[in-house]
Design a protein. Structure first.
Length: 258
């Protein structure tokens, strides 16, 4: 019981300044340098999975879902970084990090971690379904052709509506995931707390630190897009960087257990 949070999440949260996210990035970069091969190997599995899903969509003539799949990475990204939290925690404690421990990190608090992971996968599936529906409404008579779709998106009223609607829905879903997952996942890895308590604490922490968390969200989007732009390969660097930095964000914002 001594490791659990207060029933009032606000007591568990510290306030940080707007420059804190850059300190988290610096600390995350140091962790990445200390565990370079291990972190890159952990990330590579997800890079291969993303690449295979992209090829599968192309082979199934579902090319129009490839951009939403990349954007949907923001929705499942928090669940993919749990292993990086485990690596950073081991480095912090002076233990030798191992790849097996990173992949098995969810076992430290399996039910809530798996529950949130499944919820994020459902969010991704819903997002892809919404993207398919919006595309069908915007281009009802067009077979998918990259040139035609790009021109239709940028230079027609219907295309611009499609772009605005898709971006708006995606932004709302990504914001929900960010508020829910920013601190809940490292918290559930670090302490035996339940899902509801972790989500409430994460939402409180984001609300209390609205400005620095807005900066942090922008940095996450920037690094994720940079990684995706390199045909997923860049995620071997940017995903570990975000994951390790997120652990230090958790340490900075969530008070230690008493």
């Amino acid at each position: 019981m001594g490791e659990r949070l207060s029933r009032r999440p606000a007591f568990a949260v510290r306030r940080v300044t707007s420059d804190a996210p850059f300190r988290w990035l610096a600390a995350g970069w140091l962790d990445f340098r200390r565990s370079r091969g291990l972190s890159a190997a952990y990330a590579f599995v997800f890079v291969v999975a993303g690449f295979c899903l992209t090829l599968a969509l192309a082979a199934a003539d579902l090319d129009y879902l490839i951009p939403p799949l990349g954007a949907g990475f923001m929705l499942v990204g928090p669940a993919l970084t749990v292993g990086f939290y485990a690596i950073s925690r081991d480095l912090e404690a002076g233990r030798e990090a191992a790849l097996g421990s990173a992949y098995a990190a969810w076992r430290s608090n399996p039910r809530p971690l798996l529950a949130l992971g499944v919820a994020l996968l459902v969010f991704l599936a819903v997002w892809l379904w919404i993207a398919a529906v919006v595309f069908a409404l915007a281009f009802p008579d067009a077979g998918f052709d990259w040139g035609r779709v790009l021109a239709g998106t940028l230079f027609t009223a219907r295309g611009l509506l499609f772009l605005a609607l898709g971006a708006g829905i995606g932004a709302v879903m990504a914001s929900v995931v960010f508020v829910a997952g920013a601190f809940s996942l490292p918290l559930m890895l670090d302490r035996p707390v339940g899902l509801a308590e972790a989500l409430a604490t994460s939402a409180t922490a984001v609300a209390v630190n609205a400005r620095p968390m807005a900066v942090w969200a922008a940095l996450i989007v920037l690094f994720t897009v940079a990684g995706l732009a390199c045909w997923y390969i860049g995620l071997c660097v940017t995903l570990p960087l975000i994951g390790h930095a997120s652990w230090h964000a958790y340490r900075a914002v969530i008070r230690p257990a008493f």
